[in-house]
Design a protein. Sequence first.
Lengths: 468, 468
Amino acid sequence: MATPEREYVLAHKNDLLHDLDEWLRIPGISAQPDYHGDVHKSADWFAEAARKAGFPTVEIWPTDGLPAVYAEWPSDNEDAPTVLVYGHHDVQPVDPLELWHTDPFSPTVDGELLRARGASDDKGQLLFHLLGLRAHLAATGRTSPAVTLKFLIEGEEESGSPNFEKLLDERRARLDCDVVVITDTGMIAEDVPSTVTGMRGLAVCDVRFHGPDLDLHSGVFGGAIPNPATAVARLAAALHDEDGRVQVPGFYDDVLELTEDERDLFAKVPVDDAEFLKFAQSRATAGERGFSTLERVGARPTAEVNGIGGGYQGAGGKTIVPSDAFVKLSFRLVANQDPRKIIASVEKFVSDHTPEGIDSSMSWEGEGVAPCIVPIGTPAYNALTEAISTAFDGLPVLPTREGGSGPEAALQQKVGMPLVFLGVGLPDDQIHAPNEKVNLPMLYRGAEAAALLWSNFARLGKAGLRET
Amino acid sequence: MATPEREYVLAHKNDLLHDLDEWLRIPGISAQPDYHGDVHKSADWFAEAARKAGFPTVEIWPTDGLPAVYAEWPSDNEDAPTVLVYGHHDVQPVDPLELWHTDPFSPTVDGELLRARGASDDKGQLLFHLLGLRAHLAATGRTSPAVTLKFLIEGEEESGSPNFEKLLDERRARLDCDVVVITDTGMIAEDVPSTVTGMRGLAVCDVRFHGPDLDLHSGVFGGAIPNPATAVARLAAALHDEDGRVQVPGFYDDVLELTEDERDLFAKVPVDDAEFLKFAQSRATAGERGFSTLERVGARPTAEVNGIGGGYQGAGGKTIVPSDAFVKLSFRLVANQDPRKIIASVEKFVSDHTPEGIDSSMSWEGEGVAPCIVPIGTPAYNALTEAISTAFDGLPVLPTREGGSGPEAALQQKVGMPLVFLGVGLPDDQIHAPNEKVNLPMLYRGAEAAALLWSNFARLGKAGLRET
């Protein structure tokens, strides 16, 4: 039997389609300066939509780059908890344009699919929230939401959120809340509802090895002078042992290992290696022995060689001992690893692997990104999975991990509150690729889950929500 | 007491200077097509000089590239052995021109130095032969040399001798001889006469590793897909053990180890690591444990990474698992290593180091270059060192090894006769660099040594020369 929330959503889905059609026509590509005017228009559009939905407070928050939108709707119950919803209104670039079957900024409905850049990532998901909020009010007969809602919708997520932490610091006083809901992720499949329970942290570096001050003739000097290309190769090779374990001393010291229960849940996720390999266009999996592919990309820390170079790069051969070589490394971190400790360990590892006669230098991208972890089984988590499960006709909700790294960890750290993920993208949504689409029924289910979630959170109250 | 040969040389040294001044003005740079007309002129000049010196047969031998000069002067003693002298008349490019202190093609005498491109490599050395031959005739009172002389003077040595083996095959019948004399090398110092006793062979390859068919997001796929940049790093790292020994199975199987006597002679060579490091602009030596620098570059086989690449090459970081990576390797070989066996061993090694899910491909530069070895103590070797020693006032002649690889091995293989090196360049001659010079007294000593050598070879006779 359908919930009143679902009945409202399905009765008003054309409103969602209408809004999508308008907003998706604005090419707000944050990574391309030519489109920055459109990113401003996109922010203005969402601000106006939030006002129309009933938010009494809607503000454009400028940054040193592109603007965020902030919308706030206090509950008339002054004891109600406050929920901070995060998403983003900017979109990915569309190149190569010739691979699109339809115009990326002319939304096209094809049965239950809607194709356009941003349809899934992230405009479609933000619009399910606006419809879900209306359903929440209609189904509960309220004139304000059962929880105080704060929406923080960033405009630079697709270009690395360069000004997000500063924005959080500037606006910290406005962002007090009891729980954070992230809406920018996906589920396993249309009939396999799931929620993200962790995103990995990240530390990225560039290591330079300098040997002789000029490229040397390998006939005259080869075999007697330390070779920086060999040295970077030995460094990169030393990163892993034969079992795929990272060999940087102390690397795993702080890792919060998966519990048996978590591993059991991971094992139930119906993603098989064949499908993963198809997405990866690879012929084999690899990685840390003793863990599944899903665990490797979601729940285990990794070290990856992103680039390597040095010496002769042209066609054929050139018999030199090169003067310089480099390797670019990135480390994905999981709970409770601290990027600063990892950076220090890697610096020592590089130093220990720098041969005599070679000078090494390293540079890091900032101070790294902390991992983000959602404990399973907390009241906030249970409230979320109950809402999602209801929206999916009672199906169980599986926990997943995202291998990537985003601004969520910063948000979690700044506000210091529990965080959950409500996102309804699908693995084949082609986000960041040509022909992005969204499954419209997923948006309807997302709207219903959001509508139910505000009631669930209200029942828990402030104290209940913060329990861990 | 000076030999008659030396008296003649010193009495006629102005002829040598006059010839040098003419020939060095011809910019016969074989590597640069703009100068190919000059390479032809250079061949014609030497052919005319050989005729003037008395050679009854002088021919220009065309190739698919640039011409060689062939000159033959039969001894009137029909039992006399035949000596094939190898050198080259082309020169290196002169860039960067702004680093020259004098015009590279306006020979400039400065005390006992003569500066010009080709002064030492190789025109000066070929001209000491012409003066030496006149001294030989004058001192012995002969009207033809005591041995039959054949000069084969290549025109493409400085651009890799691409047509030399074909020329040898085409002209093989004309090249019968009893001993080969290579004149294109140097000595340790002005007061440390020496002769080359080996040049290393060479095998050069490019290894390509292909992983996923596209660069992957390391957050989504990292740690679960085989990384070709890691794979090339592990391959390159596996080439050597901690003692600098090459780990390709069978690599050392055929190596003719240095004898204790040879090692004693190497140890006497007054080249120290500090000087070597200054030339190399490096801060440390490295290499196979248990061998000196001179042994490492001259007498030991090596594996060197000449280039490595893959994945992101730009500034900063990019969190990908790259699709492709490569490594360029070269192997220097010593007697009695067979390049074909080494190539097969390396192919197996690469195959054994190709992880599942990675495709490897390899390409080799031709079939490799065989090493060239001059046994110490043969009659031909002793005849050579006796002639050099006399020209250097009785100083002992030390054996050295050249780390590089040249056309000598092909010549040795094609004619199948003993080979010795008579060259008087010095380490600071700046060959292949700006401000090339030659020490004129070294040319005079070379002329005297050549003059004496023909008499020494004649005394040994055909059978004596070929003894090993």
